[in-house]
Design a protein around this ligand. Structure first.
Ligand SMILES: Cc1cc2nc3c(=O)[nH]c(=O)nc-3n(C[C@H](O)[C@H](O)[C@H](O)COP(=O)(O)O)c2cc1C
Length: 423
């Protein structure tokens, strides 16, 4: 395959040496087109040695070969990695003041960009709008990841690893934008334009100022759904009930996820019902306490005060958050509930799921088995997805991120089937 590898002026240019090598070793004809600034980071001899071809940056070299358009015309695939904020802006505007610019305008081949920049530059509305425009034109965006940046900073903006970029690029060349993203976080854009509300974690109902009734939900599955949706292009509001900072970190770093922390079921209800009105998809992954303590003690309950007569906690039912959202749902909104169930068999698990789906009136219910040794505090999960016809439409799982991707695929399929509420 004839591949143009555009390299632009960021520190991550050094990682594209590995990318170029991977592509060359894969048997491809790789033409590296650096910008002038890129050559300040990695010099021409390195690109020429790795690609085994002459490298130019200017439209005024190799003029007899009409190189300024020839490369783009011949390319089967164009990759820009790293893609600086500057080059993304130039691509959006269609500027062609160097060889990379003319090549990008002259090509009809699929184009993939791997942005790399500091978090502030990445999150700037100008950069985000440029990305949205490029995506609309069919450009596939890989990454960026969240992690260590140049200097002491860390956050979203780090270029994806060369292996991930190479794999996505080759899938893109083989089968178009859809398949470029398959299985590769951060490369699909099929949730672009959708607003999503996700709840995650577990509510805590106070008994007194120091104690609470809680549950073992860590929030990992809900956070994975939020991050996967955001990376696939959605705007996400994440309501996090008692989720540890470390679990929330990935979502916190994402520019299109807004996080709000809540504690009790009542707080979650208030935040969720306010946020649900304006979104296309609601995913209620948080474990909400069915009951709260009727009367919360003002001061700490002390053993010496109740010696010989342990206190009895009277519980009252919490409002059914999902029922409220179902009742107020706007047309076209897709509602996804979660049910964590203990069951003796898969049959019993699914039956419990079907009953809960009917009770709640959601479009899709994700049921997972929980117990002393499964479901909680692990990185893995299996979700059985039951639709409004009570059909088990998919069982998705693996890592919680993989389960999240499978869930998002199922929701999109449902929305494609029928844009109206399924109730
Ligand atoms: C040390 C250093 C690191 C830089 N890293 C980045 C970067 O990672 N991403 C980015 O968008 N710009 C970065 N810049 C700024 C770009 O080099 C600058 O915007 C340049 O004009 C980009 O030109 P180009 O897009 O034509 O390659 C960096 C600049 C310096 C001096």
């Amino acid at each position: 395959m004839f591949i143009v590898l555009g390299v632009t002026g960021g520190i991550a240019a050094y990682k594209s040496i590995v990318l170029a090598r991977l592509l060359v070793e894969g048997g491809h004809e790789v033409h590296v087109v650096p910008t002038e600034d890129a050559l300040r980071f990695v010099g021409k001899p390195t690109w020429e040695a790795i690609s085994r071809r002459p490298v130019t940056t200017s439209v005024h070299e190799d003029v007899p070969e009409v190189r300024h358009v020839a490369l783009g015309q011949r390319a089967d695939l164009v990759i820009v990695a790293p893609a600086t904020a500057n080059t993304l802006a130039k691509m959006t505007a269609g500027l062609a003041d160097d060889l990379l610019g003319t090549t990008l305008l002259a090509t009809r081949a699929p184009v993939l960009v791997a942005p790399a920049m500091h978090t502030e530059m990445w999150q700037h509305p100008a950069t985000q709008q440029n990305l949205a425009t490029l995506r609309d034109r069919g450009v596939v965006v890989v990454g960026p990841e969240s992690g260590r940046l140049t200097g002491d900073d860390s956050g979203p903006g780090r270029m994806s690893e060369p292996e991930q970029i190479a794999a996505a690029a080759l899938r893109l060349a083989a089968g178009g934008a859809e398949s470029a993203g398959a299985g590769t976080p951060g490369t699909r854009d099929d949730w672009h334009g959708l607003a999503v509300l996700v709840t995650a974690g577990g509510t805590r109902e106070p008994i007194d100022p120091v104690r609470y009734l809680g549950n073992r939900s860590s929030g990992r599955q809900g956070v994975a759904v939020a991050v996967a949706a955001a990376e696939r292009g959605a705007r996400v509001r994440l309501l996090a009930a008692n989720v540890e900072d470390a679990v929330l970190a990935e979502a916190g770093a994402h520019p299109t996820i807004r996080i709000e922390r809540v504690g009790t079921a009542a707080e979650l209800e208030a935040a969720a019902s306010a946020a649900a009105a304006g979104v296309d998809v609601v995913v209620m992954a948080a474990a909400v306490a069915d009951y709260r303590v009727d009367s919360v003690a003002e001061g700490k309950l002390r053993k010496e005060d109740t010696a010989g007569a342990p206190p009895v906690l009277r519980l009252v039912e919490n409002p059914d958050i999902l029922a409220g959202i179902v009742a107020a749902r706007p047309a076209g909104q897709t509602l996804v509930g979660f049910a964590a169930e203990t069951a003796e068999s898969e049959e019993e698990l699914l039956e419990r799921g079907r009953r809960k789906r009917r009770r709640k009136g959601v479009d899709l219910l994700a049921v997972n088995a929980v117990g002393w040794a499964e479901g909680f505090e692990t990185g893995r999960n299996t979700l059985h997805l039951i639709d409004a016809a009570d059909e088990l439409i998919a069982t998705v799982g693996g890592s919680k991120r993989e389960a999240a991707e499978g869930l998002l695929d199922a929701v999109l399929a449902l929305r494609g089937r029928d844009e109206t509420p399924l109730g």
